[in-house]
Design a protein around this ligand. Structure first.
Ligand SMILES: Nc1ncnc2c1ncn2[C@@H]1O[C@H](COP(=O)(O)OP(=O)(O)O)[C@@H](O)[C@H]1O
Ligand SMILES: [Mg+2]
Length: 317
């Protein structure tokens, strides 16, 4: 059974539908990448799973099954038990998520004590272990540091320590390294992957960086204007991306394989933006699509299974 199964998720803001009938599943221990340009609905999807959507957001359809139970039907109290213990979220900018007036040790201990009955002393010992687990050097001393004492990379490690403190089954990492330099970025992603293996977590890795996806994910979901337009195993996706938008994304990478057809089809050369088809009938990518045919503008193409993968474009099938 899937650890997480999102089924037909639709999330609306006043005057704007951010996520449209999104369905995907994550197996235990798996890393699924959720990819797409800024504004396509990745974070709204993540916040839906966490039940942390803004007050003006409304889930108008769908289910989010975690271990077979619909998170959307849970009471706020039951959801608080799950959040941080079974499912954790790390976000892009650690400085805004950390409390500047509390030591990092106190903040990590707070997460542990929220979910488990442990003494202060035992919690502190666990915090040192966690800091070591996320490879913060000299953990026993750093535990009393404040967030501003740490570099961006070290702060993100603290966020990861908080996220994995209670051994979650699912970690949602929403652009976890976007604010970091390239070297620190791969150290943090290596760490996440190591923790995934050691703790047996599944990871929903949200990114717009396909290089990151190629290196760290097992499967990929490509989102465009709120819809999932392609799903595939990593090998199949990079060997043969199917949706024209996926091909465009891959073309935007510098070092993509030998197939010149894909490399020529650069996303940066496709005019328009994610929002350009909002509210129109048909495929949202049609206005930017090099393969568009008249039928594309008539109805939204459904995601059609092709063996292990799925693509929402009848033109390429
Ligand atoms: N609090 C909000 N109020 C209104 N619209 C929002 C809000 N949060 C997100 N949106 C809209 O939802 C869409 C998807 O946003 P988001 O999921 O943050 O995109 P991304 O893929 O970059 O993470 C965007 O059009 C965005 O403007
Ligand atoms: Mg986002």
């Amino acid at each position: 059974m899937s650890l997480l199964a999102v089924e037909g998720l639709t999330v609306a803001f006043p005057g704007n539908i951010a996520v449209r009938e999104a369905s995907f599943a994550i197996a235990p221990g798996e890393t699924l990448a959720l990819v797409g340009e800024s504004g396509c609905g990745k974070s709204v999807t993540a916040f839906s799973v966490m039940r942390l959507l803004a007050p003006n957001a409304r889930v108008t359809a769908g289910r989010i099954l975690f271990d077979g139970i619909d998170l959307l039907a849970m009471t706020p109290a039951a959801m608080r038990e799950i959040r941080g213990k079974q499912i954790s979220l790390i976000q892009q900018e650690p400085m805004t998520s950390l409390n500047p007036v509390l030591s990092i040790g106190a903040q990590i201990a707070e997460v542990i004590r929220r979910h488990e009955r442990v003494t202060r002393k035992a919690a502190r010992a666990r915090v040192v272990e966690l800091l070591e687990l996320v490879r913060i050097p000299d953990a026993a001393r750093r535990i009393d540091d404040y967030p501003h004492n740490l570099s961006g990379g070290m702060r993100q490690r603290v966020m990861i320590a908080m996220a994995v403190a209670c051994g979650p089954k699912l970690l949602i990492a929403d652009e976890p390294t976007t604010a970091l330099d390239v070297t620190t970025q791969s150290q943090v992603l290596d760490l996440l992957d190591d923790l995934r293996r050691r703790l047996g977590m599944a990871v929903l890795l949200i990114t717009h960086d396909l290089g990151v996806v190629a290196q760290w994910a097992d499967r990929i979901c490509v989102m465009y204007a709120g819809r999932i337009v392609e799903q595939a195993a990593i090998g199949a996706f990079f060997t043969r991306p199917m949706h024209p938008y996926s091909r465009g994304l891959l073309g935007a990478r510098v070092d993509v394989g030998a197939d010149e057809h894909y490399s020529l089809n650069r996303l940066s050369e496709i005019p328009g933006s994610v929002g350009s088809a909002a509210g129109e009938a048909g495929c949202a990518f049609a206005p930017r699509c090099p393969l568009v045919v008249p039928g594309c503008r008539l109805a939204v193409p459904p995601l059609i299974a092709q063996g292990e993968r799925a693509v929402a474009c009848p033109v390429v099938i």
